[in-house]
Design a protein around this ligand. Sequence first.
Ligand code: BES
Ligand code: MN
Ligand code: ZN
Length: 499
Amino acid sequence: MANLTISAKTAAPPENIKTQALVALLPERKTLAPSLKPLDTLLGGTVSRSLKNGDFAGSIGTHIWLPGAGKIDRVLLVGCGDPGKQTTSSIKKMSETLSRALINSPAADAHIVMDGLTQKLKAPQTLLEQISLQLTLAHYQYSHTLNKRKKPPRSLKRASISPGVLCSMGVARRAILAGSATGHGANLTRELVNLPGNICTPKHLASEARKLARSDASVTTTVLDERKMAELGMHSLLSVGNGSEQPSQLIIIKYQGAASTARPYCLVGKGITFDTGGISLKPGAKMDEMKFDMGGAGSVFGAMKAASLMKLPINIVGVIAAAENMPSGRATKPGDVVTSMSGKTIEILNTDAEGRLVLCDALTYAARFSPVEVIDIATLTGAIIVSLGQEATGIFSNDDHLANSLLSAGERSHDRGWRFPIWEEYHRQLDSPFADLANIGAGGAGSITAACFLSQFAEDYKWAHLDIAGTAFRSAPKGATGRPVPMLVQYLRERAGVL
Ligand code: BES
Ligand code: MN
Ligand code: ZN
């Protein structure tokens, strides 16, 4: 993956700027902002003319290319609406428009100026952060199993942003770092999640974790194999991989950004590298999309990569439960009862409800790190897509403060979530005549009963569960989104006290 580097640059008069693409943000107004006069003059009046002609009005989501002049090859005007009325949503939309236009141009470098904006902007950091994030996300393209001819590499290599009067260079530098670190993390997530199931196996995830540790001195990785997991009594997790030729792996990634005695934040990821449903086999249509079923694991990689790029002063432990869910003569059958690491017995009524089976043992394991808070992330239920579609991640928690932190982190990063209840009454659906609990409920609210199941293994600490089945990937165009990395990174930044 070739990376895009984004930096902060002090403002300069347009005639001194040398770039293949000058990008100017323009507010919604009929006449030229006085601060844009020098650029307009350099370009021979084309900016004011396109405003006057009505070719460009500065509304959110619009852009126009103009030919350059002097040392500027071309100019991209991007509409940013009424600066006084900006929301995280409009800032995100504007940043996406800018990024898409720029990425599709032949420019190898770009310089972004904010001259058209005044200090009226409420959150200049959000703007700089979103531009850096969206540019980095737009720069990603899947290529691992494609011929070069089909997808030539992106032409854009470098971008700089001049905050102008909006904020200090220090604030700009931090916002750009946060945005691009989040973007690089989310792109790592997308790459892992996009990889096909025959390449991205549990062993592959383990080797990627070791790779992360090699690239960063503050990251270490441990992998537990099936024998080790059996010794620990993780028979629920192991039951999922029973039918597969691919051995299950429990992958532990530690990021140390604070004193070794500081209690960590724990991220637990569902890493089903392919989910056929097992003996409760899924229908054939769209089954290929079950290669995305390690989206939770992918987001743990991405969030930890971003945390390490930002050098967040906290400790984080990632625990990834990786397995492949296959039918075979050795596969778990409906009605089988297994004993989890916690000692609780589980009647497996449906082998397609496998995510909770791997996660429950990973959650029990997580307790040994004395975590401040534990968040599990999983493409857990089709039912969450019925409830929330592709817009919001389902949030479930046994702690109001943690749930609210995730909700607000989602708002701030515009990678939003919505909270669901896990009331006692729902738990009754999991009663089993043959075990401590069954792995599916029988009365609707499938995402909630799945979360209720998990909550029974997370009683000893503050815990939240993110159901990302609707948000981690899209069916058209097919591919991983990198969500909920922006939400997780925002949450971690808040916990680290660096906004
Ligand atoms: N991985 C699926 C959930 C899923 C469905 C993710 C669609 C992404 C898109 C999960 O393992 C599963 O199969 N869940 C079942 C649970 C049911 C058997 C209780 C489901 O949602 O149908
Ligand atoms: Mn399943
Ligand atoms: Zn699954």
